[in-house]
Design a protein. Sequence first.
Length: 111
Amino acid sequence: MIVLETGTIERFAGAGNFASYARCVDSQRMSNGRKKGEGNTRNGNPYLGWAFIEAANFAMHFSAEARQFYDRKKARTNPVIARKALAHKLARACFHMLKERTPFDVTRCFA
């Protein structure tokens, strides 16, 4: 599903642009360390956002490194934000996998 919803990966300039399109980042405007507003939060692909949240759920259950990352984030924030942070990390890893045509490497993702 992720590959089908993404299309060609070359249309994204970087991993951050892909993560933003997949709705894995916040939409905030910051100035001098202060929040000045929020942008278009519904911008991007909702199906990719759902797919990466599902991938984060499965990664928490089946990968010790992902679970460790999630637990570390959950200790500082609430579980929803920690799950979204894990989805963001997986989205960035997915971008690099598609761009470089390499398989997923857990040590590279969670190092």
